[in-house]
Design a protein around this ligand. Structure first.
Ligand code: MSP
Length: 509
């Protein structure tokens, strides 16, 4: 299977925060799961570098916009390195090849009659870089509550309205196209109103930092029109036969992940642009929820309540932080964020469950079996049920990932680990070993197999910790799902290494 996952490309001016980290970690985890399944997976993230806000910020710093972007995009690159993100491409809209693709697309749509010039009067929100009509405004502000100013100018428009009916029909015929279902209904609701054409230019007199419109040198391209095309330019659209082959390979096996705030730009602007360009629509547009403060309020920059992902990572470690982001909430739902919530989740599921199981078992194997894996003899009634649970868990994880439910995938592994901890408590190997070494050995051997399977299944979420579990069990090489679907891969007598505590309990300062 071919899988192409994208995050939004982030505004280069922003300081990476929990929201950016969230989308990026989900994408990374899905990408790594698909690789675990043996799929051909490609993962794009990057930065959105044109527009008024970037131009203004560069001016303020006395830098050229390009120098400003070159400097700032590094913050994202470093943040993703710190969170162990394995993207295949870090896309930047200031790459010259991207500008060429955008210009070719504009030219094509202009020649086709899908772009036209028009004298325009309306309201503009600088912070969102979006035009509104009079009737869009709510109490004199944008629907998102942002300040707007009135402007009147010539601009170029994309005939978005021409594709409205086709888009509605497509969404209705493809229930999986926009997910979750609630968001799909929201978009269909939005499309019940007549769709306005989209203003896709900005006069250079007002904004020069953008991609020049190929048929009118006095204008640059509207940032969203430019930015959305990155998903196609990055993989080779309109760059010659070789690159086109790559494009055709990954497109449209695409899942766009994004926050619900940018649902309409993706489901309406982007999809109608693709329709106009005669390109197939992506497989899925998936909107995730928001991280809220503990009191349910939005984590907004203006309130100074935005959490830096790197601070959190420094507090709890990269893998546990990644685990938290995936495990805490169903993809699509909002969730609360606070250091306490993070630490409780990590202590209860990683320290007390997985970490505790691993240290109990490796200690006992070292102490009573000379650090060698004991054998199974078919002596314990529970062995079979744990075995079956482990193997069905591997299938369940795969199914949940294909359903875009990583939280449930991880939950299935946690259930397996809880059942295994319960099994040890029942058997009490630390007592039984004095009476029956074969039965005890079987109990430990079963637990070691569970740990091997669990570590494979959790490796996309916690790559480093799982690699360390597997290596202590003597398993080397790239983890693969196929190995988690088979019981008994650990050899009797294999050396089991007891390591440092995997997940030390965290106490907040
Ligand atoms: N540049 C545009 C996207 C262009 S894509 C062609 C943009 N950039 S952004 O820097 O604002 O990034 C937004 C991403 O971060 C969105 O997916 C958004 O939902 C996410 N988040 C920002 N704050 C968030 C939370 N508090 N919680 C979860 N995600 C949120 O929009």
């Amino acid at each position: 299977m071919t899988f192409y996952v994208t995050t939004p490309i982030y505004y280069v001016n922003d300081v990476p925060h929990i929201g950016h980290a969230y989308t990026t970690v989900i994408a990374d985890v899905l990408h790594r799961y698909h690789k675990l399944f043996g799929d051909d997976s490609f993962f794009l993230t990057g930065t959105d570098e044109h527009g008024q806000k970037v131009q203004a910020a560069a001016e303020k710093r006395g830098l050229s916009p390009q120098a400003h972007c070159d400097e700032l995009c590094v913050r994202f690159q470093e943040a993703w390195e710190d969170l162990n993100i394995q993207h295949d491409v870090f896309m930047r809209t200031t790459y010259p090849y991207h500008a060429k693709v955008v210009q070719e697309c504009l030219q094509e749509l202009f020649e086709k009659g899908d772009i036209y010039a028009h004298e325009y009067e309306g309201w503009y929100s600088v912070s969102e870089e979006i035009f509104y009509t009079e009737k869009d405004l709510v109490d004199g502000k944008s629907p998102m509550g942002k300040e707007v100013t009135k402007i009147s100018e010539k601009n170029y428009f994309f005939k978005m309205s021409r594709y409205q009916e086709a888009l509605i029909a497509y969404i209705e015929q493809h229930p999986q196209f926009i997910q979750p279902d609630g968001k799909r209904s929201e978009v269909l609701g939005f499309l019940r109103q007549p769709l306005q054409d989209l203003c896709i230019s900005r006069p250079k007199a007002r904004l020069s930092w953008g991609i020049e419109i190929p048929f009118d040198k006095d204008f640059v391209t509207y940032v969203w029109f430019d930015a959305l095309l990155n998903y196609c330019s990055a993989i080779g659209l309109k760059q010659g036969p070789e690159r086109q082959k790559n494009f055709n390979h990954y497109w449209p096996h695409t899942v766009h992940l994004l926050g619900k705030d940018i649902l309409i730009t993706h489901t309406v602007y982007w999809t109608t642009m693709l329709m106009a360009l005669g390109l197939p629509l992506p497989k899925q547009i998936f909107a995730h929820g928001w991280w809220l403060n503990e009191d349910g309020g939005k984590m907004s920059k203006s309130e100074g309540k935005v959490v830096s992902p790197l601070d959190m990572k420094n507090l709890v470690g990269t893998d546990p932080f990644r685990y938290f982001l995936i495990r805490e909430t169903v993809l699509g739902n909002d969730a609360s964020f606070s250091p306490h919530i993070v630490v409780n989740r990590i202590n209860s599921e990683l320290a007390n469950n997985l970490g505790n199981l691993f240290s109990r078992i490796t200690n006992l194997v070292e102490k009573y079996y000379d650090s060698k894996k004991p054998s199974e003899h078919g002596l314990l009634p529970q062995t079979k049920s744990i075995q079956e649970l482990a193997l069905t868990t591997a299938h369940k994880v795969q199914q949940e990932i294909l359903n875009m439910a990583p939280q449930a995938a991880v939950g299935a592994v946690i259930d397996l680990l809880s059942a295994t901890n319960k099994f040890i408590d029942e058997i009490a190997p630390w007592k039984l070993v004095k009476e029956d070494k074969d039965k005890t050995g079987e109990c430990l051997s079963v637990c070691l197999e569970v740990l091997r399977i669990a570590a494979i299944l959790l490796s996309p979420v916690m790559p480093e910790k799982c690699a360390s579990i597997l290596s202590q069990l003597g398993v080397h090489g790239t983890p693969q799902l196929a190995d988690a679907k088979v019981w008994g891969r650990l050899m009797d007598g294999a050396e089991i290494k007891k390591g440092e505590i995997l997940f030390p309990r965290i106490t907040l300062p």
